[in-house]
Design a protein around this ligand. Structure first.
Ligand SMILES: [Zn+2]
Length: 412
């Protein structure tokens, strides 16, 4: 069994898939880098950002100043708020259609472009190819999200090349936020390598083509990253706002709710009501796969983040993880309908990806979680903090049925 040593402050262990180290005091690299949020001179860092974007401002009004990838959730509102309202840039918003759209996500995205009065490009890949890839990556990599992650990370870069808009602006860098892979002061930028290794689990579009005989060129070409020559010709670079702004998703979302009408929803598998309200699967089937493969789920990410900000104690965070981690799925039937597979085949494929370090099969259809959270539980109480930390003002389904909106650009 692989060893997983836990941080004394948050709920992450050294088995974290992004890589994490503990120092001599038993505090993880993610928690140490988080300390920078209260040490750095954010005023000076904001000024640095201001001068960084200055040369990209379009003076003749014939092109956009930058590209901003958005969705109907996550940090999209705050990113556009900073770029348009605070920096005064004229962005081209781009969004990749993930197909698992909730009515709330469609509403939030429509409201975003109206509130901020921005132009937006949608990329809709044909459903047959998306399903072919999803089927293949589910079976082989244990991921239903490969096309979404690939599309979200490549469409902005392709658009930068096509429209000759060199600057892409992202929100926070996950490697920095979760595990402290870099310091804020390193000001890391977007790379092909990080995308492949972490976002795409080591497999770029062409790798899928060469490894799996179930896919064809026509399925994957839209997910191909531009080559260096194309990128260099335009001078494409991608920067992360989290290096220049003290990033706090909870506080940011609350400001967006008040100022621009961002809507939130409750989930059965986490207490965070703000993050992934645009997708039926991210906090459901995708989250279950994370638990199967890595022995923890998104609620651990949320709890660790809140612990670092001092809004939860480690005990409270752990109790929330215990409460939510094993909740049953709500939306897997919709996924089976969409992909055209039986629920039993889905469960079979999910089981193939259970990590033997965390799961033990005791009968053909029965598994027990002997996972890492059990070790975390040692010495921790199980008091669950009242759930008023996050405000809910809508629901994923809104007034519509809980089925995907596969294409939806407007909202009445
Ligand atoms: Zn930590």
């Amino acid at each position: 069994m692989h060893k997983n040593n836990f941080c004394k402050r948050c709920l992450y262990g050294t088995a974290h898939p992004l890589g994490l180290i503990l120092d001599e005091e038993g505090i993880c690299s993610g928690c140490r880098i988080h300390e920078e949020k209260d040490k750095l001179d954010w005023g000076a860092r904001w000024e640095k950002l201001r001068s960084l974007v200055q040369p990209y401002r379009n003076t003749d009004g014939k092109n956009y100043d930058c590209i901003v990838p958005v969705s109907g959730a996550h940090d999209s509102y705050y990113i556009v708020h900073l770029i348009k309202k605070e920096l005064g840039l004229n962005p081209l918003l781009v969004t990749y259609n993930k197909y698992f759209n909730t009515p709330l996500g469609i509403r939030n995205l429509a409201n975003l472009r109206i509130q901020f009065n921005c132009d937006i490009l949608y990329q809709n890949i044909n459903p047959i190819s998306v399903k072919n890839i999803t089927r293949t990556t589910l079976r082989r990599l244990g991921s239903i999200y490969w096309p979404v992650l690939a599309g979200q990370t490549v469409f902005p870069v392709q658009t930068a090349v096509r429209y000759k808009i060199p600057l892409i602006i992202w929100g926070a860098h996950q490697g920095l936020e979760q595990v402290g892979m870099f310091s804020h002061e390193h000001e890391v930028e977007m790379t092909r390598r990080y995308r492949k290794d972490h976002d795409l689990m080591g497999h770029e579009a062409d790798d899928l083509l060469s490894i799996f005989d179930t896919l064809k060129e026509e399925d994957i070409w839209q997910y191909r990253y531009p080559d260096d020559q194309e990128l260099n010709a335009v001078g494409v670079r991608g920067i992360y706002l989290g290096n220049y702004v003290r990033w706090d998703p909870k506080a940011q979302h609350e400001k967006m709710v008040t100022e621009y009408g961002y809507q939130t929803a409750s989930f059965s598998r986490t207490f965070d009501a703000y993050d992934f309200v645009d997708c039926f699967n991210y906090m459901d089937l995708h989250d279950q796969l994370k638990l199967y493969k890595h022995g923890y789920s998104k609620v651990t990410d949320h709890a660790s983040r809140e612990i670092r900000f001092g809004r939860l104690t480690r005990q409270e965070g752990h109790a929330l993880v215990t409460k939510y981690e094993q909740r049953t799925l709500k939306y897997s039937e919709q996924f089976c309908d969409w992909l055209g597979i039986a629920p039993r085949s889905l469960q079979f494929m999910l089981d193939m990806h259970r990590n033997p370090d965390c799961w033990e099969q005791i009968e053909p259809d029965k598994w027990i979680f002997k996972g890492w959270s059990v070790q975390r539980a040692e010495g921790l109480s199980s008091e669950v903090r009242p759930s008023d930390l996050f405000q809910v003002n809508s629901s994923l389904e809104m007034d519509r049925a809980a089925s995907y909106i596969t294409i939806g650009k407007g909202w009445p």
